[in-house]
Design a protein around this ligand. Structure first.
Ligand SMILES: N[C@@H](CCC(=O)N[C@@H](CS)C(=O)NCC(=O)O)C(=O)O
Length: 210
């Protein structure tokens, strides 16, 4: 099976990248930062990540993560128990539908309004909601090693995207000790460290990207 991940550093493609690397998959990774035509040919929405599977394209992190977990069962990227698995997918859906969108409102308010004053309000509200989202994530992580099940899962990889973005945009709260310890646990994993390096995501303050 030929797998190619198309990504841009600093983006939510980090989640899919981490899953492929942790799965031990044999894949190519292509940075499409300066290749908008290539990206447009793979995804008319112009968004990363895209996973090409034997010439067929798969879009959306939730789908890519689920595919990688099922394609590489030995890597145990989803909990075994069906209810825990559903909880894991529930968290992934929450990330895609809520955290990503709140951050987008914060970072790209122009998408939502042509009015300068309205944009400021949209951005401020996005930042507020994003902080609340991460408060919730922090509460979920307190006293736990991983988000779901006994091992790291696709939810943990996806969650790291939002911690990275919080660092990049100075929205990170050092009081999030649940998040801090969990992120450090992830960072200690060699596969995670490799991908964070390629993605330029040291999990410290830096350029805003989304
Ligand atoms: N729900 C999608 C979101 C994809 C997405 O918004 N990707 C961003 C990067 S984080 C992107 O490529 N944006 C390009 C743009 O909006 O121009 C997923 O999770 O795969």
């Amino acid at each position: 099976m030929k797998l190619t991940l198309y990504y841009r550093p600093g983006t939510c493609a980090l989640a899919s990248f981490l899953a492929l690397e942790e799965a031990g998959a044999d894949y190519d990774a292509v940075d499409v930062t300066d290749r908008p035509d290539l990206l447009a040919s793979l995804n008319p929405r112009g968004k990363v990540p895209v996973l090409e599977v034997d010439g067929h394209t798969l879009r959306e992190n939730v789908a890519i993560l689920s595919f990688v977990a099922r394609r590489y069962p030995a890597a145990s990227l989803l909990p075994q128990d069906p209810f825990e698995e559903a909880q894991c997918l529930s968290t992934a859906a929450w990330f895609a539908s809520t955290l990503h969108i709140d951050y987008r409102r914060f970072l790209k308010p122009a998408v939502y309004s042509p009015e300068h004053a309205a944009r400021q309000a949209i951005s401020a509200e996005g930042a507020l909601q994003y902080s609340r989202d991460l408060d919730e994530l922090d509460r979920q992580l307190r006293g736990k090693t991983w988000l779901h099940g006994e091992q790291r899962s696709i939810a943990d990889f996806y969650g790291l995207v939002f911690v990275d973005w919080a660092h990049r945009s100075a929205l990170y709260d050092p009081g999030w000790t649940g998040i801090g310890q969990w992120a450090e646990r992830l960072r200690q994993r060699s596969a995670v460290a490799r991908v964070l390096k390629i993605m330029g995501s040291p999990l410290v303050a830096g350029d805003k990207k989304c």
